[in-house]
Write a protein that binds this ligand. Sequence first.
Ligand SMILES: Cc1cc2nc3c(=O)[nH]c(=O)nc-3n(C[C@H](O)[C@H](O)[C@H](O)COP(=O)(O)OP(=O)(O)OC[C@H]3O[C@@H](n4cnc5c(N)ncnc54)[C@H](O)[C@@H]3O)c2cc1C
Length: 415
Amino acid sequence: MKRLVVLGGGTAGTVIVNKLCHRLDADQWQITIVDRDDCHHYQPGYLFLPFGRYSDAQVSRPRHTLLPDGVDFVMAEVDRVDTAESSVSLTDGRVLGYDYLVIATGTSPRPDQTPGMQGSQWRRSIFDFYSFDGAQALGEALPAFEGGRFVVHITDMPIKCPVAPLEFAFLAEAYFRERGIRDQVELVYVTPLSGAFTKPVSSAQLGTMLEQRKVDVQTDFLLDYIDPEAKQLVSYDDRRIDFDLLVTVPLNMGADFVARSGIGDELNYVPVDQHTLMSQQHPNIFAVGDAAGIPASKAGSVAHFAAEIFIGNFLQHIEGKPMTGSFDGHANCFIESGDGKGLLIDFNYDTEPLPGKYPLPFLGPFSLLAESRANHLGKLAFRWLYWNVLLPGRPMPFPAHMSMVGKQREKVGGS
Ligand SMILES: Cc1cc2nc3c(=O)[nH]c(=O)nc-3n(C[C@H](O)[C@H](O)[C@H](O)COP(=O)(O)OP(=O)(O)OC[C@H]3O[C@@H](n4cnc5c(N)ncnc54)[C@H](O)[C@@H]3O)c2cc1C
């Protein structure tokens, strides 16, 4: 029997085992997936939890129910990968040998990495919404907020779903208007980037949207520490930003076992070829999804598209054939903008988000880089698609490679 071990049963790991279990001969292959717990969260739903728009149950499912029969689910914390022995040690003492290993352990918010973040104000006036319990705690704090300086903040890049803090700012602005207290709230958006987003065309568009909503944008802010007593963010160049309520995105990092195993970069991401997703050092190790050290966005859409390419390549690789699939860095993200509207961005390694229509030219129904009701409905519909189509490995209506169909290059520079 050949042994395939997949570390991480989140978006990428679940899609991979659901697809591969039909493609690998069960008499010859043993597939094992490892995760630390039995609760799979639909993380894009964390955005809506604080505003009471989703319930806990709508964003959580027992992990084992999402995994196929015939795949062994090992519930344990990964401690270390021994590449010389081709084995994985679990913290409970068990050891799993592998012939092929897929690392899909994602990235996590790490508030412990910033001095002062988890000090006296943590979950009192300092919150995050990148964790399930953080989003729940913020859901209790938001209704009690009656006014003052409300700061939405990114500690450092890269973060998963880099548009989520912008979405949070847009939704918060609409939420305070709905509550009739917008004029009592000073909204501030603090980012280490030099604009609202990473890519020029969309950064300009999203920056204008923040301006229209009277959100003060503080750019190039590199956080050194948080002073919880003074309720201030303090940068390395000693800029200070006051807050009454801070919603921060802590530093995001890959799993610590990646560092312990000597297979990661300084943020614990696994360096892999950006097109084949194969480890640069070990031809029997792949990294897929947020765990991969590739220059793509860390997003569920990327995890899904990369998983599709990985599967084709893996099936060739185990037969000793050259891998012909090439992941292009495709990302596709709805951006909720408040008042029942949203935007959509679609891009890859080489092409930044451009205006236009998606997936059909002129018809859409989705608008690229423009607000529309259809985009908002698309975002809401995605939760159903995630549980019922994407995770079970059924064919999705979005191709793995980015297409230029419907995109308008000529508008770039003019917008
Ligand atoms: C607030 C928010 C909003 C988002 N919105 C969007 C969006 O609109 N669109 C989009 O495309 N993406 C969005 N994302 C990002 C998306 O959820 C992730 O990019 C996606 O889940 C990545 O999949 P993954 O499989 O790489 O990692 P994950 O789904 O995070 O799975 C990693 C798994 O590994 C397990 N694991 C980690 N370490 C260990 C260990 N040591 N031992 C055992 N198990 C371990 C974890 O328990 C987890 O189950 C959002 C994320 C957040 C937080």
